[in-house]
Design a protein around this ligand. Sequence first.
Ligand code: TMP
Length: 207
Amino acid sequence: MFVTFEGPEGSGKSSQIALLASFLQERFTVVTTREPGGTPIGDEIRACVHNVANTAMTPTAEMLLYSASRAQLVGELIRPSLAAGYIVLCDRYADSTLAYQGYGRGLNLEHLRQVTQIATGGLTPDLTFFLDIDVERGLARRTDGGLEMNRLDLETVQFHQRVREGYRQLIAEDPSRWEIIDADRPITAVQQDLQKTLLARLETVRS
Ligand code: TMP
C-alpha cells in the first residue's frame, strides 16, 4: 500500500510519519521515505533545489528538479517496495508539485500532470493524508522549532495560502483518495487519527 503525506509548511508530517512507522512496524514491513530526496541522487537534487543561495532558479527548473528526484525515488525505492508487498509511507509526492509549482508558482497544471505522468509512470498513492494547518501557524511552528529552512519557506504568506487553497482543489477533485487531518492539535491526537484511519483502510484492502 502506497501512502503519502501532504500539507502546508509546519504541519508536522515528518514527526507523525516516524511515529506511524514505528506503530505499524509491529505488524507490517514499512518503508518510510521523503521528497525531494529518499535516494542518494534525490538527496543531491534536494540540496540543490532547497539551497537558499539558488535565487536564480526558474519555476520550470524547480519543477523539473522535483520531478527528477521523484522519478529516481519511484524507480529505485517505491516500485520495488510495493512489489515486495511493503507499506510505503512517503513524505510528499506529486500533489506537492501541483500545489506548490502549480497553484503557488502559477505553472500550467496540465503540463505538470504530463511531467508527473512521465516521472512516476502513473503511480498514484492508494491514500493521501492532508495534514492541515493554518498557514501562519505552520510557518511560525517551523521558525520556532528551528527546523531546516529551504527556498520555499522564504516565500510570502500569500504564496503559502495559494498552496493550501491548491490542496483543497486537489482534494475536491479526488476526495476518495484523501483523508484530511487537523494538524493543529497535540501530536498524540493527530497520531491517533492517522493510526485509526490507516488501519481501517488496510482492513478494506485486505477484505
Ligand atoms: P519538507 O521536506 O520540509 O516538507 O520540505 C519540502 C519543501 O519542498 C516544501 O517547501 C515543499 C517543497 N516541494 C515543492 O515545492 N514541490 C514538490 O514537488 C515537493 C516534493 C516539495
